[in-house]
Design a protein around this ligand. Sequence first.
Ligand code: LIP
Length: 268
Amino acid sequence: MPPSPTDAGLRFDTAREAVLEAGALALSYFNDLGSLAIEAKTNAQDVVSIADREVEKLLRARIADAFPDDGFLGEEFGLTEGASGFTWVVDPIDGTSPFLHGMTSWCISVALMSGRKTLLGLIYAPCADELFTAEKGAGAFLNGRPIRVEPLRDLRSGLLGVGANLRVPPRLISGFIHRLLESGGMFIRNGSGALALADVACGRLAGYYEPHINAWDCMAGLCLIREAGGWTNDFAADDLLAGGPVIACAPRLRAELAALIASAEPAA
Ligand code: LIP
């Protein structure tokens, strides 16, 4: 029997408490950066520390205590299959690089999925004490206040979030930024896809594009945006574990942003 939406509602309170507790733990590490050993993963820009691992362990423990049959996909310890039909998709510290460089653009990102549907999205930014939440069909909120994407902003008057990393050919990103600037737009990269997506959901950013992002970075943010009246692509429709491009904006910008992306992609 597939899980019911009310089962997701039962999980919201546990997730909210867990994400706030995880934020406090992450902030304690952030306030003592000198004690952290920085390790490189795939390259020197792709970093991790004990903070990421300890925060994910805490989130796994709190979720498993309350819902032992749920699955869990985390950036640091991978996929643990479950039997309940629910899977948590979690980035313990999204924006690890800004975090380890002492900058405040990082967050805890927690999503709850059933099959390919995202039922809950929670993003907590401890430095700003901002908790973004969304439940499928029930809207999106920032610290309890309803939020909406900015419906009227266009690419020339708004700021576009752009994600960049060394997982894709540099020309894919530089080509897009070149075309965006040529068209009179402007970009910002904050190092945290989750936080940038949350900024789209509350109308700060006109949209977000990243040629390759992982599920744990974006599933919560995409849920927020959809519940805030925004449009998002069908992220990693075929393989959640492989990741892929993420595109999100107010509905009126969808065609313009898609055309800009298509015009920038290097010829196959
Ligand atoms: C980050 C993403 C960001 C991407 C970075 C990195 P992390 O996640 O949020 O969008 O551009 O390369 O993957 O590694 O900080 O959890």
